[in-house]
Design a protein around this ligand. Sequence first.
Ligand SMILES: NC(=O)c1ccc[n+]([C@@H]2O[C@H](COP(=O)([O-])OP(=O)(O)OC[C@H]3O[C@@H](n4cnc5c(N)ncnc54)[C@H](O)[C@@H]3O)[C@@H](O)[C@H]2O)c1
Ligand SMILES: [Zn+2]
Length: 372
Amino acid sequence: MNTYYNPVRTYQGAGSLAVLPQLVKDLNPGRILMLIWDESVLQNRYIKETAAVYADKLDIKTFAWSNPELFQLYEMYNETRNGKYGLVIAVGGGSVLDVGKSLCCLFAQEIESVDAMRSLIEYKTYKRPACKWIGVPTTAGTGSEVTCWATVWDSEYDKKYSVDTQDNYAYAAIVDPVLASSMPVKLAVSSALDAVCHAAESYWAKASNTVSRAAALAAIKIIMDNLEGLLCGKEEAHDCMAQGSMLAGMAFSNTRTTACHSISYPLTMQYHIPHGVAVSILLAPVMRLNMPYIRRREELLAAFGVADVKELGEKINTILEKSGSPCKLSQWGAKEEDFEEIIAHSMTKGRADNNPADLTAQNVKEILEAVF
Ligand SMILES: NC(=O)c1ccc[n+]([C@@H]2O[C@H](COP(=O)([O-])OP(=O)(O)OC[C@H]3O[C@@H](n4cnc5c(N)ncnc54)[C@H](O)[C@@H]3O)[C@@H](O)[C@H]2O)c1
Ligand SMILES: [Zn+2]
C-alpha cells in the first residue's frame, strides 16, 4: 500500500514571504522567537514588517554556525528557555532551521546540562513540542522546512543525532528564492546537490511510495536542468533550486535517506567536507550498487539527463569542480588507512537499512575506493 503524509503548509516562489505577516497574525502566538542566520535578513521587507508589528513580543537571536553542535544547541536553549514562546520563526540554512525546530521540542522541559540534553536526544525522551515553528530557508538544499527531524552534531563523541518526531512538522514553510540568492556559488551548488541526493535516495529507498517517487523525479529534473544556470549566476536558477529542494524535502520527509547520507556523516565529521559535497561525491557509486534494485531506473537516469551511472558520476564531478569544490576524498585529506574507522561509522540505523542493496563493510569500502 502507498501512503504519504506531510502536514506542512507551503508557500513557494518569488515574493512568497509576503504571506509571513498574515500567517503570524492568524496564529496569534503570543511571544515569538525569530532565529536568523545573519542580520541582513532583517532588511527583507516582510521580515522587517513582521518584526515591527510584533516588536514588543519578539526576541531575535542569531545562529551563525554551520552543522549545529550539541553544545551550541544547548547554549541557544539556555539563552531562550524562559521566553515562553508560542512560535519560532527560523530564517536560515538547514542549520538554523534545525536549531529552531529542535528548540520547539526542547522548550517542553527543563534541561540542566549538555549531558542531560545529549541523553534526552539520544534516547528520544523529549515531550510534545511546546510551540509551533515556521521555516524560512535561505539555502536551497536541506528541505528541513518540510521534514520533522533535525540534525545535531556531537563532535566530542563522534556522533550525530536526530531530534525526530512526527509532532514537530512546521506550521508553515515559506520558500522564497530571494533569500537564497545571496549564497556564494560554492554553497549554492553544494546545497543543490544535497537536495538531489535527498531526491535520488528517496526514489530508491525501501520506504518509497508513489507520491514520494513523483516528487523525487520532479526535484531531480528541475535541479539538474538548472545547475549550469546557477553556476553562471542566472537569477531564475534560484527559484528552480528552491522548488527542487522543497520537492526533494517532501519526498524524503516520508522515506528518509539511504547509503549516501549514511556514509557521508563520518566523512563530514572527520574531514569537514560540506554535507552536500559529501553526499553527492557518493551518489554515483551508491547508485551503481543499487542499480539492480531500482524500479523504473530509466526514469531516474532520464531525470538526471544521463545515459548511465558513469555519465552521472562525471556530471556531478564536473559541477563540483566548476563550483570550486574538490570531488575526490583524497583532496579533502582522507587517507586509505582511515577507511576502517569510516566504515565502522557508516552504518546508521534508518538509512543503511533503508538502502535497497545490502550495505556491507566490503560494499562501503568499494564505494570509498571509487571516490578516493
Ligand atoms: N532537518 C533536515 O531535514 C536536514 C536535511 C539535510 C541536512 N540537514 C542539516 O542541515 C545542515 C546544513 O544546512 P545547509 O546546507 O543549509 O547549510 P547551513 O545552514 O549550515 O549554512 C551554511 C553556511 O551558509 C550561511 N548561509 C545561510 N544562508 C545563506 C545565504 N542566503 N547567503 C550566504 N550565506 C548563507 C550560514 O550562516 C552558514 O555559515 C547540516 O547540519 C545538515 O545535517 C538537515
Ligand atoms: Zn542531506
